[in-house]
Design a protein around this ligand. Structure first.
Ligand code: SF4
Ligand code: SF4
Ligand code: SF4
Length: 249
């Protein structure tokens, strides 16, 4: 059987998720031996317009990005969104909370009007084209990446958690960050990171996006119990959850 041809493309991002692929070290050698890498700007010079699997890092932030992702989608049988920038728009979506011209002036100063610095509201990849698989996290979770790639190769459905970070956090017997007076959004964020931040004495920032059916009512109950209000919760969702459903509810 021919090896699946795999191409990796980057859009607006820090490229940290691609770095996580490189960081797979020995495992990446195993994976690369069962696929044919045809494009990966960070690691090789070759290009190809023929691929079966397209892996997309980064969010869509310019009109020309939309055209490019649509062309990639039309060529790929399977499209994977890699990391928070691609899966949920990521930190780039913070821009959507401001007037775009003001944001450009703040970032680029007197160069803001140069034509190559044109910008638009940030979108996640699935706000433009259909996405088949999501590798969540900022940076992406290497274990999820391997699980999804192996499932694709085996023709199976990958098993990615769809329950809240709190489940993993409680299994680790962490003291809840709410007990320290912090607003942790773990109750509505997808698990799979092993509750990395609460285990390291930080609240969850929401980088894996919302679980498919976030229990917003339960989250509201929690904030009431701790004497806070919905705006306190919303303010903690802005970093990774700007312009998403529950943020504005
Ligand atoms: S998800 Fe995070 S680590 Fe990955 S490219 Fe975006 S900002 Fe970088
Ligand atoms: S610290 Fe956060 S993730 Fe952990 S139990 Fe509390 S709310 Fe849930
Ligand atoms: S705890 Fe929250 S912010 Fe931290 S890695 Fe997990 S999902 Fe991301």
């Amino acid at each position: 059987m021919a090896k699946p041809r795999v191409a990796i493309f980057d859009f607006a991002c820090c490229e940290g998720c691609q770095l996580q692929i490189v960081n797979l070290e020995e495992e990446i050698l195993d994976l690369i031996s069962v696929v044919e890498m045809v494009e990966w700007r960070e690691a090789m010079t070759e290009h190809s317009n023929e691929y079966d699997v397209a892996i997309i890092e980064g969010s869509i932030t310019r009109p020309e990005d939309e055209e490019r992702i649509q062309i990639i989608r039309s060529r790929a049988k399977i499209l994977i969104a890699l990391g928070a920038c691609a899966t949920i728009g990521g930190i780039n979506k913070l821009k959507n909370n401001f007037d775009l011209n003001e944001a450009k002036r703040y970032v680029y100063g007197r160069d803001a009007s140069l034509p190559h610095l044109e910008t638009a509201m940030t979108k996640s990849v699935d706000e433009v084209v259909e996405v088949d698989f999501y590798v969540h996290g900022c940076p992406m979770e290497r274990r999820d990446f391997v699980t999804i790639l192996r499932a694709i190769l085996a023709g199976k459905k990958p098993d990615i958690p769809d329950y809240p970070v709190c489940v993993e956090c409680k299994a680790k017997e962490n003291v809840c960050r709410w007990e320290y007076g912090e607003v942790c959004i773990g109750p509505i964020i997808r698990a799979g990171c092993g509750a990395r931040c609460p285990s390291g004495a930080h609240r969850c920032y929401g980088c894996r996006g919302y679980v498919n059916n976030p229990n917003v009512a339960a989250a509201k109950d929690v904030i009431t119990r701790y004497g806070l209000n919905v705006d306190d919760l919303k303010s903690k969702m802005v970093l990774f959850g700007s312009k998403q459903g529950p943020t504005n509810e």
